[in-house]
Design a protein around this ligand. Sequence first.
Ligand SMILES: [Zn+2]
Length: 326
Amino acid sequence: MGKDGMGSYTVGLDIGGTKILGALLDPAGEVVATVRRPTVHGADGLVTGAAEAVRDVVASGGVEVGVLAGVGLGIPGIVDHRSGTVRHAVNLGVHDDELPLAELLSEQLGGVPVVVENDLNVAAVGAAHVLERTAEPDGPGGDGDAGAHEDLAFLALGTGLASGLVLDGELRRGASGAAGEIGHIPVDPLGPECPCGQRGCLERFASGKALEAAWPARHGRPAPVELFEAARAGDQEAIEVRDRFADAVASAVRLLVLTTDVRHVVLGGGVAQLGAELLDVVQDALREQAKVSAFLGSLRLADRVRLAPTHVPVAAVGAAVLGRRG
Ligand SMILES: [Zn+2]
């Protein structure tokens, strides 16, 4: 790795299927400006749109592209962080076998170094960065010691289920980039088939898609919102579906802690927009599961879970942190 970029500004972009979120970090690592733009699909649009987002956020922060030590990008799909290439990012309209995104964007930005990472990894790095800076000395699991949050799993409850891991302050990608793909760990040999080819994968129980299948939206709002509302109103079936879902998410948390012993498991992704209501039922499920096992109880799983910060675009911040290390 080259220079660590300390003492310089960096920009991070979280590039999704519909929008680009950007953040400018100052030399102290504070978020000084953010930007939001629609994603332009296709290889050319992606590169040009990313360059414009960088210029926008830099201008909002009152600096110039020339002062940047680096730019980091978070992309959904298969990325090669070493070469800065993206493959088959279908929901960004990139069908090329291999798009040298880092190189193309760097050219448009006058040679500023660009790194590319997958979206879950940047979210994990961003959550670690933000939580560390907002450490509550008396918060759950927090001892007030610096760096305590640099050991966490970001559990994305989106359409699917997957996690990003920061262990001992370092992103854990794994030998083939599959570290944290816990959605495809089979938990029920007789369970439903999964598109991955296996049966009874955890994702079939603990994901936005699983929740929608169990409780389809009836009133045009997101299925998780309707389910939790019905459960709150006392609908017995909704309560059961909600609690089964919470149980499955709790199993994902338990799996992450038992394999990595991370201090924090941060709930993110679309379903986590439910906020405190989701956190409550997941923590309840973890406490319930721990009742039968003194061993599980001693791990204080419920205390390790928290919601992803919402006051900043966490994935964009993570991309900017990685941009420093480029
Ligand atoms: Zn699967």
